[in-house]
Design a protein. Structure first.
Length: 547
């Protein structure tokens, strides 16, 4: 048992202690009754053969009563299961979401959307199911021991025969389980790929339609689907075939054991009722061994899911040494010192050095969009440089914890998203002062457009929101301005604004630069004319082309 599993077990026992107790109690009562009922029936048969009708009836009546109790606990056991499952799922789902926040944006860029979604939902479900099922699994393994003790008490040969068959089949299943797990790992990898492909298809459906490229895109999805189905089939077919072969061995062993005890009963050495118990208990051995085999596979699935979840843990900022800074003392001087970024053979930034002054508007207006995007990706911690230092006020940005850093830095890019809630609620998530929201919307000329909407600021933002392209871009810009960060990074978005909106926004930015460092990618003559510094940056050269 690995330390990782022990730590997870301690965590879930702490989180769902009472749910575990409830599930354990109902499971013990339920499985205990199933062990008692065959014994009572064997007594009834023995009384019938001895012509003791009254005692036979009593045994049957008690059995019927126990069956009723069993059915009650069987139903309540499901309630207990989902109480436990829901508690554990909530814990791990919250953990995954929390770890997402604790990861740097650079670390999160290592995950595809499909892989991340499967970790947060599918892998969390696998972990929750394992621990929730674990209670009944343990009870069933204890049931194994009870059955072996009973076999030992009635006949040493039945005990030895059953024990040897069980042990051999267990060793075989564990050996084969390693290969099965490889198939399962491949299945998960292919699932991540097809999930990502489907997300990409849905996200790019506009491009698929407008460029009429469905016939080109569909084969890509079809190919990944085919590989996933092949991996899924290989895993399930091999697992079920192996499971069937092992169960066949147990069925054969049951017939041999029943035949042996039957002969002993005919000889008068054993009671006839024992034959019924042997037959019934062997069925429980078969069922429980299926569970044991499943438990082996489930544990391996758990290991894979925990490993994938630990990828989020691995890069969590809580495990990184970061600096806590005094946010109020940051002035906002941005500097790149000898930064190498991109492919080493053909870098995007080749030992680039530049300095962006505080309380200014600096425009990147060169012709190399890749370089400009690289600078933004580095400043937003979407990636990291190979060499050199990127700093704010001479503090390496990669040494600043994300919470402090993204308090200081805010950005707006061409492609962005809003949450599926109202305009007002989206803005209040950034700044709880609605008067401030109204003020900025009025300053950039957006308030008038919003007030024309049927539900005004309570309008849900989606692709069908009846606003102009310029107004939709202003929605994004307003959200950035509401954050009131020291450093504002504005991607090539101002160019799509209409003339009136662009002028009002530029006037506002010029006013704001007194207390902010503003970096803009733009080729707009209006913003260039009002900028303090205009730069044309190649991979390793900074050319100042205007002030």
């Amino acid at each position: 048992m690995t330390n990782s599993f022990k730590n997870e077990l301690k965590a879930v026992l702490k989180v769902a202690r009472w749910e575990f107790i409830l599930k354990t109690f109902t499971s013990i009562v339920m499985r205990g009754i199933l062990l008692v009922i065959p014994i009572l029936f064997s007594f009834a048969i023995n009384y019938i053969t001895s012509k003791d009708k009254d005692m036979a009836v009593i045994m049957i009546v008690i059995s019927i009563f126990l069956v009723g109790i069993y059915r009650f606990f069987e139903g309540y056991n499901q309630v207990a299961y989902y109480k436990l499952y829901d508690k554990i799922f909530s814990y791990y789902n919250d953990l995954a979401i929390s770890l997402t926040k604790d990861n740097s944006i650079f670390s999160l860029s290592r995950f595809s959307l499909g892989e991340y979604s499967n970790i947060v939902l599918n892998d969390v479900s696998i972990i929750s199911s394992f621990f929730s099922d674990g209670v009944i699994r343990i009870v069933q393994l204890i049931e194994f021991l009870v059955i072996f003790v009973y076999f030992f008490s009635i006949d040493i040969y039945v005990f030895l025969f059953t024990f040897i068959v069980t042990f051999v089949m267990l060793v075989v299943s564990l050996k084969i389980g390693d290969r099965i797990q490889l198939y399962n790992r491949d299945r998960k990898i292919e699932l991540d790929k097809i999930t990502s492909s489907v997300y990409d298809y849905f996200g790019g459906i506009r491009e698929v339609k407008s460029f009429n490229i469905y016939d080109k895109v569909h084969p890509l999805i079809e190919n990944k689907r085919k590989k996933y189905l092949e991996a899924n089939t290989k895993y399930n077919v091999r697992f079920n075939c192996i499971n069937s072969a092992i169960l066949f061995v147990f069925e054969l062993a049951r017939l041999i054991a029943v035949l042996y005890i039957g002969i002993r009963a005919i000889e008068g050495v054993k009671d006839v009722g024992v034959v019924l118990v042997i037959y019934n208990y062997y069925q429980k051995i078969i069922d429980n061994f299926t569970i044991a085999l499943t438990l082996n596979v489930e544990f391996r699935n758990l290991s894979v899911s925990l490993q994938r979840l630990n990828h989020l843990r691995e890069y969590s900022s809580k495990k990184q040494k970061t600096l806590n800074i005094d946010r109020n003392k940051i002035e906002g001087v941005i500097e790149f010192k000898n930064v190498l970024y991109g492919f080493r053979e053909n870098p995007i930034l080749d030992h680039l050095s530049l300095k962006i002054p505080k309380n200014s508007i600096t425009v990147l207006a060169g012709s190399n969009e890749t370089v400009e995007t690289g600078i933004y990706d580095l400043l937003l911690k979407l990636n990291r440089q190979h060499e050199g230092i990127i700093s704010i006020d001479n503090i390496d940005i990669n040494e600043i914890n994300d919470e402090d850093y993204f308090y200081l830095v805010s950005s707006v890019r061409r492609d962005t998203m809003f949450f599926d809630i109202s305009i007002k609620d989206n803005y209040l998530m950034i700044n709880s002062d609605f008067n401030k929201v109204l003020e900025i919307c009025k300053n950039v000329g957006l308030d008038e457009e919003i007030m024309k909407l049927k539900n005004k600021y309570d309008t849900i933002i989606d692709e069908n929101t009846p606003l102009s392209v310029s107004s939709k871009k202003l929605l994004v810009i307003v959200r950035m301005l509401l954050k009131e960060s020291k450093v504002l990074l504005i991607d090539n978005i101002i160019n799509v604004l209409d003339e009136k909106s662009e002028k009002r926004l530029i006037d506002l930015l010029v006013e704001m630069k007194k207390n902010h460092t503003i970096l803009i990618v733009s080729h707009s003559k209006r913003i260039i004319d009002r900028a303090d510094l205009v730069l044309d940056i190649s991979s390793n050269y900074v050319k100042e082309i205007g002030k």
